[in-house]
Design a protein around this ligand. Structure first.
Ligand SMILES: Nc1ncnc2c1ncn2[C@@H]1O[C@H](COP(=O)(O)OP(=O)(O)O)[C@@H](O)[C@H]1O
Ligand SMILES: N[C@@H](CCOP(=O)(O)O)C(=O)O
Length: 311
């Protein structure tokens, strides 16, 4: 009997303002839209990759530069033999959006292959491969998209004593309004513009923000958590890449938003609220003022607890 495995890998927001490269969450639109890539692995006499989906035209022209192809190669290397399978990528995530598009393809491909071959690799081995593949195309290994996309929830990257990432509690009643303006920001370029070194007072403030936020999540103090959602590492340098970022932050705050910031390396922004009506008003404002073209979109999201899954 022929075998076929299809995996859905959700979008994610990395950094969440306070945790540059060490904090990220998978997201799920409340509308029911599946915001992520899907990958299918099926029997074949020799390897073949088919691409389809809304953003298929934005993929590299040379199929060997498609990260899904490179994931298959890396998986074969880890297995010690060439594995003849047919893979299909449904590229539903815009590239260079700040929503972990490359992570969706990496996680989807590796999870689908691992499932198809009856799970030869464990969670830590899989995460390690995912980080390596993400690092190839984004200018440095960072797990804050692949870990939440793979495992779901809000993930803190610890990367010590053989543990890459662990789940931390989040505020279940928060809505995350995600607005992608429709323009591209390359992660590699957005990483390259960051300073190589930071002032001592900035390091101290950063430690206070991230430590305070994690503490507030564990002790269920939403007000403290909101006050800690500050980014003094990436936002001051990257906000120039986003359309009217300062004005947007001020306007959504006036509408009642609790906090806002850059999702991943941008240009998507996230806005946090604990009321659906506020989220809807923010959505309307962003639609009128933040979207730059027809490719832009907005979703009111919750944190996706499941991560990548067989569908
Ligand atoms: N399947 C894929 N999905 C997304 N990007 C891919 C894929 N394969 C190769 N790429 C390349 O990887 C890079 C991803 O860009 P990046 O700015 O990191 O996107 P994102 O932040 O959305 O993950 C682009 O140069 C893109 O052409
Ligand atoms: N921590 C990374 C996250 C990049 O996320 P992406 O969705 O823009 O790829 C960074 O900030 O560079």
């Amino acid at each position: 009997m022929s075998k076929s495995i299809k995996v859905y890998a959700p979008a994610s927001m990395a950094n969440i303002s306070v945790g540059f490269d060490i904090l990220g969450a998978a997201i799920n639109p409340i509308s029911g839209v599946m915001l992520g890539d899907s990958i299918t692995v099926e029997d074949a006499a020799q390897f073949h990759l088919t691409n389809k989906g809304q953003f298929v035209k934005k993929l590299p022209k040379d199929p060997k530069f498609n990260i899904v192809y490179q994931c298959w190669q890396r998986f074969c290397q880890a297995m010690g033999k060439e594995l003849p399978v047919a893979m299909t990528l449904e590229k539903n995530m815009p590239i260079g959006s700040g929503l972990g598009s490359s992570a969706c393809s990496v996680v989807g491909a590796l999870v689908a292959l691992n499932e198809y071959f009856n799970k030869p690799f464990n969670e830590q081995q899989m995460l390690s491969m995912m980080g390596e593949m993400e690092g190839r195309i984004s200018g440095g290994i960072h797990y804050d998209n692949v870990a939440p996309c793979y495992l779901g929830g809000m993930q803190l990257i610890v990367d010590e004593i053989g543990i890459i990432s662990q789940s931390i509690p989040h505020f279940e009643n928060w809505y995350w309004v995600m607005a992608y303006p429709g323009i591209k920001v390359s992660t590699a370029e957005a990483r390259a513009i960051l300073p190589a070194q930071y002032q001592k007072q900035d390091c101290v403030a950063h430690g206070r923000y991230v430590g305070g936020f994690i503490h507030a999540c564990y002790t269920n103090q939403p007000q403290l958590a909101v006050s800690m959602l500050q980014d003094n590492i990436a936002e001051p340098y990257r906000k120039q890449l986003l359309p009217n970022f300062d004005e947007t932050q001020t306007s959504v705050k006036r509408l009642g938003a609790l906090a806002s910031g850059i999702s991943g390396s941008g240009p998507t922004i996230f806005v946090v609220t604990d009321k659906l009506e506020t989220a809807q008003q923010v959505e309307l404002w962003l639609k009128a003022h933040y979207l730059q073209n027809d490719e832009g979109f907005i979703h009111i999201c919750k944190i996706d607890k499941q991560g990548a899954r067989v569908v």
